[in-house]
Design a binder for this molecule. Structure first.
Ligand SMILES: [Fe+2]
Length: 618
């Protein structure tokens, strides 16, 4: 037996993954266990879970694969700081202690954290090689072009190459400081959102704006070539030497200092978001065209943080030269753990790969699960009133009925998702047709003021009835945005049209009912969708089928099971706590249904505040 433990740590989103004889046995992010969002520490809990899940003892691990080459990265940091010295000295000093403690002595750190695995061989894969491996090896394709794009690894910021059979080959790269990820993050920062987590918000803000600054960006900030490569003008950026992303030159160019996170969003910010989004799409489309030209491949696989830009992914699929696209669901650095492990198995040990028409990611349901017995004991301990269903025939119609009545349902079933999205294992569900659902979910469950709509789940066999997708096109990992079809859009009055374009409060714009599925339709009629099929999603698919039989509607709202800024719940206990602290109407824990009105007491405002205060706003 060959057990390969993949680790990603000390940057952002630490994670572990276990591959045993080529099979992806388990993978999880450390934040789910420590309850610290984007936890970057040594993933001791995630490792312990993966080994438990695989029934592998630490001393049985054959290889430990680390997703990055710390010494090369250290070279990059050192060279960058020297190039910018003395301006860069402060950020150098701030970065140094961590580097000295953990990153430089990684071999020792890994071995100390992990005494029992001392005989395991350590392999350090290149950062973008790990991303590339995570994109290609689990993909459904026998051969594919590979594109990785992120902020920065050691030196690379984007790479492309080919994967064939059990080998990948990277052909070309872009290097720091020229980085699409960092460019996008610079605008994220400038618009007042948190770098490395607010990029999603910027993408969600873009549909409110016009790409008025696109030309200004292309003229001043970067020299974009026909092949998608580009050279950034570092006169406008500060991430080489400083602790911020942008400098005064940047601020002058776009008409003022960065927005502070508490300040109102102005039309300018929306236009900036729309502009950088357009530029990103343009770059990715050009890159794809060039890669297609050079590799002649039919399919493309993607990974790296920028591959989470599902609006750009949707355009790549609809307008790009590739027939099909597969994106690693844990496209960010967490997925590097999985990539590194797969890399050792296929690339280094030369073990065969057999795609057989489907991906090897197992719906990305690679985390812990909890049995009905475990949950029964837990509920008894909590003295929580509940209904235990005998089987799905009793469970599913009851849950579908709750949803049809407009109730908000916490849905906890099977193994937890690996990657940033909830995909029907740790999800909060609602009726997408409900006009109030969008506002209610934000106010009563998430405790946030959001200008972004929720994401829909749609039955695979009906995806093309609602969205601009081919019937056979899949989006099982919620990584594609597609337009809602014309026939489901509603005519708007002149006043509504004006409000949608001009209302200063974006929630007011979002709340205008513009389609038959208002909770999931963005102001530009787009939706970030997940397709659900029985093979991958099992019980979750059958729940949606039951809902469809009851209502005729194959779409539901799926949002992650958490409050704002909280890592997605992992255990029944965390789900129960979140259920109590919010106005969620019902909680389904495997075969058990808990109803809010039957709970013996409700949470006080003080208790709720205390719960929310644990999670730092992002
Ligand atoms: Fe990365």
């Amino acid at each position: 037996m060959t057990s390969i433990l993949g680790i990603s740590a000390f940057f952002h989103d630490s994670a572990a993954a276990l591959v045993v004889d080529g099979d992806i046995v388990a993978a999880a992010q450390e934040e789910r266990f420590t309850r610290k969002k984007h936890d970057a520490g040594f993933p001791a809990n995630a490792i312990a879970y993966c080994l438990r899940e695989g029934g592998v003892k630490a001393e049985e691990i054959t290889y430990i694969a680390y997703y990055d080459k710390p010494l090369t990265k250290f070279d990059r940091l050192l060279e960058t700081y020297l190039a910018y010295a003395p301006a860069g000295f402060k950020s150098f000093r701030l970065a140094m202690p961590l580097w000295l403690k953990h990153k430089l002595h990684l071999r020792r750190t890994l071995q100390q954290g992990f005494e029992a695995a001392r005989q395991a061989r350590l392999v350090f894969t290149d950062h973008h090689e790990s991303h590339a491996a995570s994109a290609f090896f689990p993909s459904p394709f026998e051969a594919a072009a590979i594109l990785t794009i992120d902020g920065v690894g050691e030196w690379s910021t984007a790479t492309f190459g080919v994967g064939e059979g059990n080998q990948i080959r990277l052909l070309q790269q872009l290097q720091f400081p020229h980085s699409l990820g960092l460019l996008y993050s610079a605008f994220t920062y400038y618009c007042g959102f948190k770098v490395n987590s607010g990029e999603y918000k910027l993408m969600g803000l873009a549909p409110y704006g016009q790409p008025r600054y696109q030309d200004l960006i292309l003229k001043n900030l970067l020299d974009l070539k026909a092949d998608g490569s580009f050279w950034m003008n570092m006169d406008y950026f500060n991430y080489g030497q400083g602790l911020t992303m942008t400098n005064d030159g940047f601020h002058d160019l776009f008409g003022g200092p960065p927005r502070s996170p508490e300040a109102m969003l102005e039309q300018r910010h929306m236009d900036l978001a729309a502009s950088i989004q357009k530029v990103t799409e343009e770059i990715m489309l050009r890159m794809a065209a060039e890669i297609h030209r050079q590799t002649k491949m039919k399919n493309l696989v993607l990974a790296g943080g920028v591959a989470l830009n599902c609006v750009a992914n949707g355009r790549l699929l609809r307008e790009g030269p590739f027939e099909d696209i597969w994106i690693q669901p844990a496209a960010g650095d967490a997925g590097g753990a999985l990539g590194a492990a797969c890399f050792v198995w296929h690339q280094l040990l030369n073990k065969p790969r057999r795609p057989e028409g489907h991906d090897a990611q197992k719906a990305s349901l690679l985390g812990p699960q909890y049995s009905n017995d475990f949950i029964a004991n837990f509920l008894a301990e909590m003295d929580a009133p509940h209904q235990r269903c005998r089987d799905e025939a009793e469970l599913l119609p009851a849950v579908a009925q709750l949803l049809a009545e407009g109730k908000i349902v916490g849905w906890f079933h099977g193994r937890m998702e690996f990657g940033p999205r909830a995909l029907g294992a740790r999800s909060i569900l609602g009726d997408a047709r409900n006009r109030a659902m969008q506002a209610t979910m934000n106010r009563k469950i998430k405790f946030r003021e959001s200008f972004r709509p929720f994401a829909p789940c749609v039955l695979q066999e009906r995806v093309s009835d609602y969205f601009a997708m081919r019937p056979d096109q899949e989006s099982p990992y919620m990584l594609l945005v597609a337009p809602v079809l014309e026939q489901h859009r509603l005519p708007l009055s002149e006043a509504e049209r004006k409000e949608m374009a001009e209302a200063p409060d974006l929630r007011q714009r979002l709340n205008i009912v513009r389609s038959a599925l208002p909770a999931i339709t963005h102001v530009d009629y787009s939706a970030r969708l997940q397709t659900v099929d029985e093979k991958r999603h099992g019980r979750f698919y059958r729940l949606m089928k039951t809902f469809e039989a009851l209502t005729g509607c194959p779409v539901i709202v799926n949002t992650s099971f958490n409050v704002r800024s909280e890592p997605i719940v992992c255990t029944p206990h965390e789900a129960y706590r979140c259920f109590l602290a919010t106005d969620m109407d019902a909680l389904v824990l495997e075969d058990f249904i808990l109803r809010k009105e039957q709970m013996k007491r409700s949470v006080t405002d003080a208790e709720r505040e205390k719960y929310l205060a644990q999670f730092e706003l992002d």
